[in-house]
Design a protein around this ligand. Structure first.
Ligand SMILES: [Zn+2]
Length: 161
């Protein structure tokens, strides 16, 4: 069952990269579905050879719609795209600050969602945040992310809604 979900995520990722992320076309990205705490949906990591880029998707999300999964994958791909843009050293440093300073974490997550919206995935990103918003507010992690309302407003402001 998990293998099927993993294959599905890998196929969706390949389509998204092909369609919208030419900058990552020749970069190797590994996708794994793993157990996470329930309010976390995914994680992107930039690492070293032979597994330089990894995306982990919470296997509890296996019942979610294609729209939701595309939103989740695009969010994680945008983390990798921004790491590529900024370069490995600066990104590693920023990655450390991400876990120490809530403000840095929020800034990185905003940058990620804004890039996803600029790339044309406003509806998917909206769905991604909307779906578990109440639970995430309750558990305290929503403060690191734009709300679904903020996503809609940003998308409208750049004519991507
Ligand atoms: Zn993120």
């Amino acid at each position: 069952m998990n293998k099927l979900f993993q294959d599905k995520c890998r196929k969706l990722l390949a389509i998204l990269i092909e369609k919208s992320f030419p900058e990552l076309k020749n970069k190797k990205i590994f996708v794994f579905t793993t157990p996470f705490r329930k309010n976390y949906s995914g994680l992107a990591l930039r690492f070293f050879w032979p597994i330089p880029r990894m995306i982990f998707i919470n296997k509890k999300r296996n019942k979610e719609s294609i729209g939701y999964l595309n939103g989740l994958l695009v969010h994680e791909i945008c983390h990798l795209a921004l790491i590529e843009r900024r370069g490995f050293i600066k990104s590693a440093f920023r990655g450390m600050l991400y876990w120490i300073f809530p403000k840095v974490r929020r800034a990185i997550e905003d940058e990620v969602n804004q890039l996803a919206i600029q790339k044309g995935y406003s509806r998917e990103i909206y769905l991604l945040e909307k779906k578990f918003e109440k639970k995430r507010i309750f558990s305290g992690i929503q403060k690191y992310y734009m709300t679904s309302e903020e996503i809609k407003n940003y998308a409208k402001s750049i004519k991507k809604w």
